[in-house]
Ligand binder design. Sequence first.
Ligand SMILES: Cc1cc2nc3c(=O)[nH]c(=O)nc-3n(C[C@H](O)[C@H](O)[C@H](O)COP(=O)(O)O)c2cc1C
Length: 449
Amino acid sequence: MPRQMHLNLFFHSRGHHEASWRHPGTSPFALTDIRYYQDLARRAEAAHFDSIFLADQLALGGDAAQAARTWLEPITVLAAVAVATQRIGLIATASTTYTEPFNLARQFASIDHISNGRAAWNIVTSWLATAASNFGGSGQVSHADRYARGEEFMTVVKTLWDSWAADAVIDDRGGGRYADADRIRPIRHRGDFYQVEGPLNIPRCPQGRPVLVQAGSSDTGRRFAARHAEAVFTAHMAKEGAQEFYADLKRLAVAEGRDPSQVLILPGLSPMIAGTEAEAQRLVRETNDLTDPEVGRKRLSNRFGGHDFSHLPLDRPLSAEDFPDPTTVQAARSRTEVIINLVRRDKLTLRQLLGYLAGARGHYVTAGTPEQIADLMQDWFNDGAADGFNVMPPLLPLQFDVFAQEVVPILQRRGLFRTEYAGTMLREHYGLDWPASQYDRPALAQASD
Ligand SMILES: Cc1cc2nc3c(=O)[nH]c(=O)nc-3n(C[C@H](O)[C@H](O)[C@H](O)COP(=O)(O)O)c2cc1C
């Protein structure tokens, strides 16, 4: 079969545009109403998307007065969406910095059982500085330390998921044996950050392990992704940047001894789609008119670890000197570089930059006809920039429906996207291998005993 693209629907507020929640055409549901999430997931499943995705931050943020988010806790949402759908993959974000590996391994194993093999974890180290104040109050862990801790966290969760052999549960009512205790092993992890005895207290999950997703883009983040991620989300404002990222991450995966086809790269794409280009542009203007530059200013400050941009005039062209050096930023370093590069390239004013970021926070934003969007996707897919896309409709469900009804059929006619699901599990949709466990490797099993 020719290579086909993978599509994920990223849930965010009533759409990815900052002002989507105010738009009269977006969902009437409250953002705390589970029917909103279930309804979106069913729409994505009807369009044969690979997966849906929920992001997460561990602090409220200073813009709650004018910003609506997907408020519900993502792992809890996945459980509710799992029972409302049958096929679509379910990805939730959880932090390696602010939870314990045992909790996380157990939660995602549970979601994988509840969904019959559709769970995935978006591994984050949590860049938002204010999150630290909700967890012990000892200040933000540095970028390097977050990744060091994350690395050990991964060893622990993977070993916990492998602590049950797939055939450990016998469930023999007549013979009185529920499980084969020889097929369940402690992990006895003793590390710098974690001491975990194990085994996990839940049988091996349907996919062996949940699918691992990651979205770090700094050098450290890329190496982390190359070691662990099976799908990678990334933000680029131009095709060239996406190509550079794609080539670099595949190269790093090979250097880690991995098959590069087992690391899918899914850049964000936020298209405003209409029957004509002029109508698509009109919709963009109509939505932009609902934004407040002062909200954008606060969000920019969050991105740069709390840096003060309040003195910058809205209408003077910006320069790189208006921003802190990205290497000193302890927040999401890669996105700060993307923003500064855009300022350098396009000589934007603060108002223009905030307008652009309002579209989808630094992901690729475009407006056009279904044909134009399909052409762009095909071009990125065939030209070494993407294995698929993290679709981020600016208005939900409105612009997702247009994508599903108008863009998906074009991709299908071109043989670029499935017309039905071939399997039931996310690993099957993504074309990923089944993870080998310690029980498949006797030498390793002895080493861990
Ligand atoms: C599509 C996408 C979704 C993300 N979702 C989250 C999220 O939900 N929570 C979070 O803390 N970081 C999220 N991030 C940020 C990344 O996990 C990562 O922290 C950020 O890109 C900075 O990584 P770096 O420091 O390696 O550059 C996301 C990034 C992308 C591209």
